[in-house]
Design a binder for this molecule. Structure first.
Ligand code: ADP
Ligand code: CP
Length: 313
């Protein structure tokens, strides 16, 4: 079977077009954890990374809206809050799903910090979509009134974008490795809380959202995972996405993926980082594979029945 790092998309954890409530997320997490429990029962050793784009955006929005009555929390603290509530949902639902299958394995969500480079050029060029979707008119209003940078997100509407520096080092990696044999660890949530390391060794939170696909890739390398599985809303990666000639891909080699990236087939901020993370993993581990598929197809994809598989050759 082997070691598996599963990355769960922040958007995919919201339920369809309905309101992004905690209750709606819990329903999606419940269903997702049924699949993850089944994967665990097949003998895979698992760590889980989750996204937080929609969630951290809403936490920030809530504080900004309520600033007359309660102090606005800094960006990094909002990121940590999103790790807390998403991790709590996964922890609760996965333990329940495992118990139903008589699989007695602990599940723990670990608040995780990720070291980034304070000089990362990403701080000057915001690309990571967070929070809710707006139409163009609403997006312009947000730009004028709040000074946000707004960008179109993969044909789904406009969202606020923030800096997304590359993850460099998982601060809690030793704890993850120690827990690995006995426990399913939920770690690097939202890509990890971004921190910079000062000369004194002190860590300081920064205003950014790390891409959880890149964080999951780093984790997969560090724990020597056999497979990086990125779960999102779509069953397969496509070329000519959302066009009449859309074609879903079952397999890509590293070379094919590089060519498709150069052709601009994958939308920045959504599918592009997933493909880039998968490419990085197989480049570093030519005998291993990465899979991109939807939450509900995870087991079938592991069995080779669906999803988009990326291999070195
Ligand atoms: N080439 C593509 N193939 C498939 N999906 C694509 C492609 N380009 C953009 N997408 C969009 O990217 C989405 C996944 O990105 P996103 O919603 O940001 O992920 P997450 O689930 O990690 O939050 C898909 O649901 C789809 O709408
Ligand atoms: N942090 C992050 O990558 O979140 P999403 O999966 O929501 O984009």
């Amino acid at each position: 079977m082997g070691k598996l790092v599963i990355a769960l998309g922040g958007n995919a954890l919201q339920s369809g077009n309905g309101p992004a409530t905690a209750e709606a997320q819990l329903e999606v997490v419940k269903k997702t954890c049924e699949h993850i429990a089944e994967i665990s029962c097949r003998g895979y050793e698992i760590a889980i990374v989750h996204g937080n784009g929609p969630q951290v955006g809403r936490i920030l929005q809530a504080y900004e809206t309520a600033k007359e009555v309660t102090p606005v929390m800094p960006f990094d603290v909002c990121g940590a809050m999103s790790q807390g509530y998403i991790g709590y949902h996964i922890q609760q639902c996965l333990k329940y799903a495992l118990n139903l299958r008589n699989k007695n394995i602990p599940v723990v969500a670990l608040a995780t910090q990720m070291i980034v480079d304070g000089a990362d050029p990403a701080f000057q060029n915001p690309t990571k979509p967070i929070g809710q979707f707006y139409n163009e008119q609403e997006a312009k209003k947000q730009e004028q009134e709040k000074g946000y940078v707004m960008k179109e997100d993969a044909g789904r509407g406009f969202r606020r974008v923030v800096a997304s520096p590359l993850p460099k080092r998982i601060v809690e990696i030793d704890a993850v490795k120690k827990l690995w044999d006995s426990t399913i660890v939920i770690t690097c949530g939202g890509g990890g809380v971004p921190v910079v390391e000062k000369d004194t060794g002190i860590l300081e939170g920064v205003a950014a959202v790390i891409d959880k696909d890149f964080a999951a890739e780093l984790l997969a390398e560090q724990v020597e995972a056999d497979c990086l599985m990125i779960l999102t809303e779509v069953e397969k990666v496509a070329i000519n996405f959302n066009k009449p000639n859309q074609e879903n891909l079952s397999h890509m080699t590293l070379e094919e993926a590089s060519r498709l990236v150069e052709e601009g087939q994958f939308a920045p901020g959504s599918m592009l980082p997933k493909v880039q993370a998968a490419m990085k993993f197989v480049r570093a581990n030519p005998s291993k594979k990465a899979i991109i598929t939807s939450l509900d197809k995870s087991l079938e994809a592991l069995e080779g029945k669906t999803g988009t598989v990326l291999t070195f050759a």
